[in-house]
Design a binder for this molecule. Structure first.
Ligand code: FAD
Ligand code: SF4
Ligand code: SF4
Length: 400
């Protein structure tokens, strides 16, 4: 049953609330009075629209006010595997540095692992003023429980105002666990972070409603303001080995015998394609007409020393595996060169590739949205253009 209450005595049937409900939950009945359906989520978006205050939601019990001014500093979780930090963490450090400078505060890195001191030193080179280092055999391989419990204790002790994690598989898992324990807000998969003038709140920008709108999300009442950001959304900063910073050693919270999950074996999956690190990507979409169409893209990618990507339409059609998918529900890539062949350029595809340095679009429809973000556009049949391009490049690069 919907939580929304409609005062039938005051409703004038103006219909203003119908326009704003994102879930289409409001309509007018035969007496021209607003009614609400089961689709209502109680989001409250319609309340301020009613000119006669006929709409209301039950008062939510307010939880204890957090003293937000006691929280300061920007934190980044530095993800590591096999004694190597993930590049996603350094991208977050670069952005964290900018946010900290804008707030006139410090940037701290959280390094959890075993024999992880070299990573703590790297974190300083990448912009950290101080590093919380928790170095213990229980932390060698990522497990939710020990990692989350340490971060929760650190947050309670040092009170950061902003906490950023990479939106990797582990980062997503850890961020959710930490935010739940601390009872704060978390925005997943941000594509932009800003500081709001005046309030100094973190503006967490991300696609919403299937990528049709960009939402700006704030966390005004709880701390820290937590966000995860996808790989390649932010630029990789240049490390400065001469930077100095403080390493603060902290102890783990859970001993091995109190950690529920045990690591019995590690099986490393071999990815058939590494889109994340590819400098050149040749991507194909529904315009390829079938799986055979990808053969000409592989030829072009081979000549250029690049990898083959795909739109979701091509992946959903079963023409190529999911590992190749670029976009909101696939990989985010930032190559030097992205060649989109037979891809219309839907907003969800753009979400994964629009920050590529140079974008070339090959499409027979001059109105295709991909041309709006392309640096170079070729209007034509990809089955003619791509082989011609491959031949020309082979000649130019002496690969005949
Ligand atoms: P189409 O939109 O069908 O475009 C095909 C293009 O090929 C057309 O522009 C056409 O002019 C051109 N063409 C046809 N024949 C030729 C030819 N012979 N030569 C040259 N050009 C030709 N999409 C993604 O890609 N990645 C995602 O991660 C993703 N996530 C999504 C998440 C959600 C929640 C939703 C709702 C959608 C998502 N989508 C995603 C789907 C997205 O909305 C589009 O449907 C999809 O990107 C379209 O793929 P396409 O461009 O290959 O196909
Ligand atoms: Fe729609 Fe939200 Fe109003 Fe419910 S509360 S009717 S979901 S706008
Ligand atoms: Fe009724 Fe208020 Fe909705 Fe207008 S905006 S239809 S008055 S509930």
């Amino acid at each position: 049953m919907s939580l929304l209450e409609i005062n039938r005595e005051t409703c004038t049937g103006c219909g203003a609330c119908l326009q704003v409900c994102p879930f289409g939950a409001l309509s007018l009945d035969s007496e021209n009075i607003a009614i609400v359906s089961e689709a209502c989520t109680g989001c409250g978006a319609c309340l301020p629209e009613c000119p006669v205050e006929a709409l209301s939601l039950p008062e939510v019990e307010k939880k204890e006010q957090i003293p937000t001014d006691e929280y300061s500093g920007v934190w980044v979780w530095v993800e590591q595997y096999n004694h190597q930090a993930g590049s996603i963490s350094w991208e977050m450090m670069g952005e964290g540095r900018k946010l900290a400078d804008r707030r006139g505060t410090t940037l701290s890195a959280c390094v959890l692992g075993y024999q992880a001191e070299p990573i703590a030193r790297q974190a300083i080179a990448y912009g950290a003023d101080r590093v919380f280092l928790v170095d213990d055999p229980t932390l060698e391989v990522y497990r939710t429980d020990p990692y989350a419990r340490i971060l929760v204790e650190l947050v309670k002790k040092y009170k950061p105002e902003i906490f950023l994690l990479g939106a990797s598989t582990r980062g997503r898992d850890l961020a959710g666990a930490v935010a739940t324990y601390i009872y704060t807000g978390l925005t997943a998969d941000c594509t932009g972070l800003e500081i709001e003038e005046g309030t100094n709140l973190l503006l967490q920008i991300r696609p919403a409603f299937g990528g049709n709108i960009m939402a700006t999300i704030k966390c005004p009442d709880n701390r820290p303001q937590m966000a995860t950001v996808r790989h390649h959304v932010f630029e990789m900063p240049v490390p400065d080995e001469s930077r100095e910073g403080q390493i603060i050693r902290e102890t783990p919270v859970l001993p091995e015998d109190r950690i529920a999950s045990k690591v019995l074996d590690l099986i490393v999956e071999k990815n058939e394609v590494n889109l994340a690190d590819a400098k050149i990507i040749v991507s194909g979409g529904r315009g390829l007409k079938g799986p055979e169409g990808f053969a000409i893209l592989h030829e072009l990618a081979d000549v250029l020393g690049g990898a083959v990507g795909a739109s979701r339409a091509a992946v959903d059609a079963g023409w190529i595996s999911y590992a190749h998918q670029v976009g909101q529900t696939g990989r985010t890539v930032r190559p030097d060169l992205y060649i989109a062949c037979g891809i219309s350029g839907a907003i969800q595809h753009q979400a994964g590739m629009r920050t590529s340095k140079v974008i070339v679009a090959i499409n027979k429809d001059p109105e295709a949205p991909i041309f709006q973000i392309a640096d170079y556009g070729i209007v034509g049949d990809l089955f003619t253009v791509v082989p011609a391009l491959t031949r020309a490049l082979k000649r130019r690069l002496n690969k005949t």
